[in-house]
Design a protein. Structure first.
Ligand SMILES: C[S@@+](CC[C@H](N)C(=O)[O-])C[C@H]1O[C@@H](n2cnc3c(N)ncnc32)[C@H](O)[C@@H]1O
Length: 325
């Protein structure tokens, strides 16, 4: 659940896939199966491990129709160790994302399983890639409510990665650590240059937005202005038209304003016509079914909210009277 992209960026997957087969996706920390569901169509097999029994059950139900997806209940290092032989001989994309993150998630006693997971992988072949999500928690200390000492520091992770392969390089792009074979370094760098987010630009954009927000009048100022000008919902015309039969009364208000005294309501029900003509102080004929005339051009297809309201009907009626509005 990275900070800059929710789950695995499909453009990163595409960049890696250009060079590597990556047949098996191994995820640690299933959570609500967001990433699992998104990647499932792109892999021959998907294994995902979740410590929380409830989240595991939920993911199993969600993915019940995906026969090539296995949702495994357990602690990720144990499962990685148990499946190490199968993993060693496959081209695997690891998505290491098992950690406690509040709410319904498990693992509060040992918030981050990453170092144990890397030890359990043991040996990384040269057609496999490890991605570690939430890199920010390892580059700097994990923020509260996390316990910072449950999370390994960058140097510890690099040492653990080096132990399982010396043929891979490490990059951090968009909150994800990428440990990929050195021979595809160019592709990883090209992905980073094309899609990596420059934190300075991001911070500058956030500052500009904050300044623009600060320059906006507060809701209290807007309300005070509306009260003075009579544009508030509780003021003037709006106040007079609030409540039941509002659309009929708005119709009648504008029809009256245009000097219309009789109403031929094409498409209206007898009740709504009566309400409009009551507002007009006139008589009305409703022609809902038998006299339904040709629709004006603007409502030939799906009527817009404007079109569906008084304006469209008033237009049709005005056309009958030879007036334009
Ligand atoms: C950040 S969420 C995973 C998000 C998910 N990978 C995604 O991309 O949508 C972390 C999950 O890891 C689980 N978890 C925590 N410790 C674990 C462990 N040792 N083994 C397996 N899952 C663990 C938590 O219960 C939580 O559901």
């Amino acid at each position: 659940m990275g900070a800059l992209h929710f789950g695995l960026d499909p453009r990163l997957l595409e960049a890696l896939r250009r060079q590597l087969p990556l047949r098996l996706f191994f995820e640690t920390g299933t959570f609500e199966a967001g990433t699992t569901t998104a990647v499932a169509p792109h892999f021959d097999r998907v294994w995902t491990v979740e410590l929380s029994p409830a989240l595991c059950d939920h993911a199993r139900q969600k993915l019940a129709t995906c026969k090539h997806v296995e949702v495994i209940h357990g602690s990720s290092p144990d499962i990685l160790r148990a499946r190490a032989p199968a993993l060693a001989s496959s081209s695997v994309l690891y998505w290491l994302d098992a950690h406690w993150c509040g709410g319904p998630t498990s693992g509060a006693a040992n918030e981050c399983a990453l170092l144990d997971e890397l030890a359990a992988i043991g040996n990384l072949n040269d057609s496999s890639v490890i991605l570690v999500d939430d890199a920010r928690y390892f580059i700097g200390p994990a923020p509260p409510p996390h316990k910072a000492d449950h999370w390994p520091a960058l140097l510890q992770i690099e040492t653990a990665l080096r132990r399982i392969s010396s043929q891979h390089g490490l990059w951090v792009i968009n909150d994800v650590m990428i440990y990929a074979p050195n021979r595809i370094a160019e592709d990883v760098i090209a992905y980073g240059r094309a899609h990596g987010i420059d934190l300075l630009r991001l911070a500058n954009a956030a500052r500009r937005n904050a300044q623009a927000d600060a320059a906006k009048p507060s809701p209290e100022t807007v309300k005070a202005h509306d009260a003075r000008s009579g544009h508030g919902l509780e003021q003037g015309l709006n106040a007079a038209l609030l409540g039941q039969d509002r659309s009929e009364r708005i119709f009648a208000f504008h029809a009256k304003r245009m000097g219309i005294t009789r109403l031929l309501d094409i498409g209206g029900t007898a009740v709504s016509s009566q309400r409009k003509s009551d507002g007009l102080g006139s008589t009305a004929s409703s022609t809902r079914s038998s006299l339904r005339g040709p629709r004006t051009k603007s409502c030939a297809r799906t009527p817009s909210p404007m079109c569906a309201g008084f304006r469209c009907r008033a237009k049709r009626w005005a056309a009958v009277k030879g007036r334009s509005i």
